[in-house]
Design a protein around this ligand. Structure first.
Ligand code: GDP
Length: 298
């Protein structure tokens, strides 16, 4: 994952290790290399500019340190700034004081929402919760069945519209699901919603209507990391149309570049909560900015 970016950053920083003192010109040259590496990784231009400006400012202003040589100091700064653009602290899932916690998933079709619902359910179960999945993607043929299948694999209950009752009205399904969750004592409800191939108004309105009906504790924007910087445009559309409290990056296993991962937090202002890295339900975990930064720096 992100091999080219890692290699290029390592190479850019390695040229510094041969130097005793760093001049401003050395720092500018390294910053240029880092800039190219980030742009090639498809990181959004605005994010790259802010990142490079921070590195230069901090590296040029760095105090002479006893413990670290100049090159190590720059590496430390780059690492800290990578952690910062990835979100800083690990952000935990927001749980409701009075259950059920409602988590709504939103994103484009194919982003990995349904798969994520299963992954999240399994993860929640392992944390001692009793989750319930809710099928509110009534647009895509088979979406309900697909959710039921991942629910079964995760060993959790899936609430789906019965034939003739609520079919075609996701808002009604969502409302009834919350009532059922309270009744059956499910403490977390994960609501899968419809996605389209592209952002459209009808999709946004439907998602906003479901949001208003269920008053979620978290709205997670699910985005395929492989679409790189395009994730930014999609994220902005969902932020303006529905609003979200966190991001889930999917298909990190297939993302060779890293553009989405490095751009989405800074652009949307919302933290990345989870990362999905495979088709199996277990290929999923909490997102840790510091661990990701260490992996990128190799
Ligand atoms: P939805 O339309 O947003 O509900 O997306 P799906 O959950 O149906 O996922 C679309 C495709 O992506 C399916 O073939 C999934 O198996 C696949 N997929 C989902 N998450 C991941 C992931 O993290 N890694 C990989 N490699 N494939 C994934």
């Amino acid at each position: 994952m992100f091999d080219t970016l890692s290699d290029r950053l390592t190479a850019a920083l390695q040229t510094l290790t041969r130097k005793g003192r760093l001049s401003d010109a050395d720092i500018d040259a390294t910053a240029r290399e880092i800039r190219i590496a980030l742009l090639e990784a498809d990181v959004a231009l605005g994010v790259v500019k802010t990142f490079i400006a921070r590195i230069k400012e901090r590296a040029k202003g760095a105090e002479v340190s006893q413990a670290l040589n100049p090159a190590q100091q720059v590496i430390k700064i780059v690492n800290e700034e990578l952690v910062a653009i990835l979100g800083g602290e690990t952000r935990r899932l927001n749980l409701a004081k009075t259950p059920p916690t409602v988590i709504m998933l939103a994103g484009l079709q194919g982003a990995g929402k349904t798969t994520l619902a299963g992954k999240l359910a399994l993860w929640l179960k392992k944390q001692g919760h009793a989750p319930m999945l809710v099928a509110c993607d009534l647009q895509r043929p088979n979406a309900v069945t697909q959710l039921q299948v991942v629910g079964e694999r995760a060993g959790v209950v899936t609430f789906a519209p019965e034939p003739g009752n609520g079919v075609g009205d996701p808002v009604d399904v969502a409302r009834r699901a919350i009532a059922e969750a309270k009744h059956a004592q499910h403490d977390v409800v994960v609501v899968d919603t419809a996605g389209r191939l592209g952002v459209d108004e009808e999709l946004m309105k439907q998602a906003a209507d479901i949001r208003d009906a269920v008053d979620p504790d978290e709205v997670l924007f699910v985005v395929d990391a492989m679409i790189g910087q395009d994730a930014v445009t999609t994220a902005e559309a969902f932020r303006d149309g529905v609003g979200f409290t966190g991001v889930v990056l999917t298909k990190l296993d297939g993302d060779a570049r890293g553009g989405a991962a490095l751009s989405v937090r800074e652009i949307t202002g919302q933290p990345i909560l989870f990362a999905s890295n495979g088709e199996k339900l277990e290929d999923f975990d909490t997102f840790h900015p510091d661990r990701m930064a260490s992996r990128i720096l190799g």
